[in-house]
Design a protein around this ligand. Structure first.
Ligand SMILES: Nc1ncnc2c1ncn2[C@@H]1O[C@H](COP(=O)(O)OP(=O)(O)OP(=O)(O)O)[C@@H](O)[C@H]1O
Ligand SMILES: [Mg+2]
Length: 320
């Protein structure tokens, strides 16, 4: 004997479904929403063209960073359901544009530089100053990242000055960077992580020097000649934040982004821009003079600015 007619069974099914939905807690609903939506409650507002334009127009002498950052961010954001987060690791000497590019990313993905509550910047000397507190910092960092991912799947985490990060700390994030972690209430795979470090600069500068000595164009330097040596270098370097790190072993970095050492012509462009910002665009003599007073390395050849463009505003002041 049949207990329910077909019609009654269908109605019971719908009633059960409706009651299931209505009793689902809000976080369950949010989980579903966050998994399928791009924004997950946060004001994520990417402007990829704006980012590309800014990178090509305002970042000098960094063809690799321009290409890798714009292509990787554009292709990552095209995926509605990425299989893992985007993890970029910026390397290069001081004053070459690493922090500048990370700020640009924030500006073009959230419409505000670092002001968005979904862009999180960590500076080791400020947030993790004591090397003997790594255990505590690890649990704080994990909880913090988890909480922020729950608030916004499209969170951006920027770890500046990785070379000052206590050894072993960053590894607590290794599962968050892979494909098969679970973070309650959110799709953690939509996040972007940026590591910034001067570690690896010797490798980059060496390749840049060889390029000059071989009489080649700067733009001929390719990522493939730098990627592995940089990863190898930071893995072996006790002052890189990635010393013996599982993040390197498990290949959690999506792209290494090398920043090349800047030459005199790049310093002059930085100085020229500084002059324009001060309303003195016509003072090309000052831009030229600034290029002449910055110190260059190596001793033999004087090819690269030892401070990149970092001291340009201070040097401009000398001539005004
Ligand atoms: N490649 C570049 N093109 C244009 N401007 C640059 C470039 N590199 C640096 N600058 C200028 O110099 C300033 C300092 O650069 P930035 O803070 O990005 O250096 P950094 O690579 O993060 O150095 P550090 O390792 O010392 O933190 C920038 O705000 C920008 O004005
Ligand atoms: Mg910096």
């Amino acid at each position: 004997m049949e207990l329910w007619t077909e019609g009654e069974a269908a109605m019971l099914c719908s009633l059960f479904f409706i009651s299931f939905i209505s009793t689902a807690t809000s976080f369950e609903m949010k989980t579903i929403y966050c998994t399928i939506s791009d924004s997950c409650d946060c004001d994520f507002n990417p402007n990829i063209q704006g980012l590309e334009w800014d990178l090509y127009k305002n970042v000098y002498g960094q063809h690799l960073a321009q290409e890798i950052v714009s292509e990787s961010v554009a292709s990552f954001l095209k995926k509605t359901n990425p299989d893992r987060p985007l993890v970029l690791s910026f390397h290069g000497a001081s004053g070459t544009g690493k922090s500048m590019v990370s700020t640009m990313l924030g500006r073009h993905l959230y419409g505000t530089a670092m002001g968005s509550p979904y862009i999180h910047q960590f500076v080791p000397t400020l947030h993790f100053p004591l090397a003997d507190r790594v255990k505590r910092y690890r649990s704080d960092l994990k909880r913090w990242v988890q909480g922020n991912l729950t608030a916004c799947a499209r969170s951006i985490f920027i770890f500046d000055e990785m070379e000052k990060m206590p050894t072993g700390l960053i590894d607590v994030l290794e599962p968050f960077l892979g494909p098969s972690h679970v973070v309650f209430q959110t799709n953690y795979r939509k996040a972007i992580y940026i590591f910034i470090s001067t570690a690896g600069q010797e490798v980059i500068n060496k390749v840049a020097l060889e390029n000059i000595r071989a009489g080649q164009d700067r733009e001929e330097i390719q990522l493939k000649e730098l990627e592995e040596p940089i990863l190898d270098d930071v893995y072996k370097n006790q002052n890189s934040g990635f010393y013996h790190s599982r993040i390197i072993l498990e290949k959690r970095i999506t792209h290494v982004v090398p920043f090349l050492p800047l030459r005199q012509r790049h310093v002059e462009r930085c100085a020229q821009r500084e002059m324009c910002q001060r309303g003195e665009c016509q003072r090309k003599d000052v831009a030229k003079a600034v290029g002449g007073v910055v110190t260059y390395t190596p001793q033999d050849g004087q090819h690269f600015s030892s401070t990149g463009c970092k001291l340009v505003p201070a040097k401009v002041n000398l001539f005004l």
